[in-house]
Design a protein around this ligand. Structure first.
Ligand code: KIV
Length: 353
């Protein structure tokens, strides 16, 4: 796309031309203003999140444990019909928290979203969790992998998703090199994501990052683990391929899951490992496992939105496409272009004299 100046000078030469805007993340103008009561409610939710994680693994004093036991149980699974009008305090207080994610309450439905409109739509469709994944680098920004995704990208997209005020839990990915250097940097970056509206953060890696997970959880930031195929390690893994096929890898993944559990994660993503290993991990740790490409024996599933709706250029073999949004968009824009060129658009109802 050219600059607006270049575009307008082109229009002056000959026409009619057809132009259409493509947005990455816009939302400032249509964002929701938080009232002090909604801020209070979301602070309470985060407090509960903190309580459950720390209580579950004995990281906080006993007087808080009683409070955590009195917290409400998980709401019934959301469907489009049970969606509550957004903007009301009620919808805020009934938002998912990490307390809603526990063994036996699944299956949990997770999907990625990276902007305001898709966050609204997936939430209205009734998912339990929304991941602002660093996969946005590939499916939104056109990068070859996730290594180029920055904290600024993650903050911007998390803010856009949070403006939709979803009932689903919002988890934001810690991008490559935002936590590996150490706990101090991890705390700084994770708190930026929480302030951008995330209910929790996700980071890739196992036992080697357990000390960082523990620091974040103790500071009140719930963490989701991610093991198996970890795309941020694509260079050392030698590509986006299944992990856990050898005995040595299986052992490491099991140990990683246990180390993450001990560090206090509220859930673990298991990406592209054999289904038998996913089953073994699920049976070995008490925290819910959320699978992608790892079969049915987990507490939930997660997919990348663009793979589900048919907007990805190349979807992995384990993803399922439920819609063909690419054709829908192309057809709509082609019809618009045709109508402009034929002088059919704008019609009388689209302008005033
Ligand atoms: O970034 C992402 O979308 C992810 C999922 C594939 C789990 O990490």
């Amino acid at each position: 796309m050219g600059t607006p100046a270049a575009a307008s000078s082109a229009f002056a030469v000959s026409g009619p031309f057809t132009a259409i805007n493509v947005y990455l993340t816009e939302g400032g103008a249509r964002g929701t203003i938080s009232t002090s009561s909604s801020l209070h409610a979301s602070a309470q939710n985060r407090y509960r999140s903190h309580l459950v994680r720390t209580t579950a693994y004995g990281l906080i004093p006993a007087e808080f444990r009683k409070k955590a036991r009195r917290l409400p149980t998980a709401p019934k699974p959301t469907t489009a019909n049970t969606f509550i009008r957004r903007g009301s305090l009620k919808s805020v207080t009934r938002r998912r928290t990490v307390l809603d994610f526990a063994r036996g309450r699944g299956p949990y439905v997770w999907i990625t979203a990276y902007d305001y409109p898709t966050a609204r739509l997936v939430d209205e469709a009734g998912v339990d969790g929304i991941l602002v994944g660093d996969s946005l680098g590939m499916v939104v920004l056109g990068l070859p992998n996730t290594l180029g995704v920055t904290m600024a990208d993650m903050v911007r997209h998390t803010e856009a998703v949070a403006r939709a005020r979803p009932r689903a839990l919002v988890v934001a990915d810690m991008p490559f090199m935002s936590y590996e250097p150490g706990p101090e940097m991890a705390l700084r970056n994770a708190s930026r994501l929480v302030r951008a509206g995330a209910d929790a953060v996700k980071l890739e890696g196992g036992a080697e990052y357990a000390h960082i997970v523990e620091k974040l959880v103790k500071a009140g930031i719930p963490v989701m683990g991610h093991i198996g195929l970890t795309p941020q390690r694509v260079l050392t893994l030698g590509g986006f391929r299944m992990v856990g096929k050898t005995e040595e890898q299986r052992k490491k993944i099991l140990e990683d899951a246990k180390a993450l559990r001990d560090a206090g994660v509220f859930a673990i993503v298991l990406e592209f490992v054999p289904a038998s290993l996913a089953k073994e991990v699920t049976e070995s740790v008490e925290v819910p496992t959320i699978c992608i490409g790892s079969g049915p024996h987990c507490d939930g599933q997660i997919l990348v939105l663009h793979d589900v709706i048919g907007l990805s250029e190349r979807a992995p073999s384990f993803a399922k496409r439920y819609a063909d949004a690419a054709t829908l968009i192309k057809d709509a824009v082609a019809r618009y272009a045709e109508e402009v060129r034929k002088g059919l658009f704008p019609a009388k109802e689209h302008y005033r004299d």
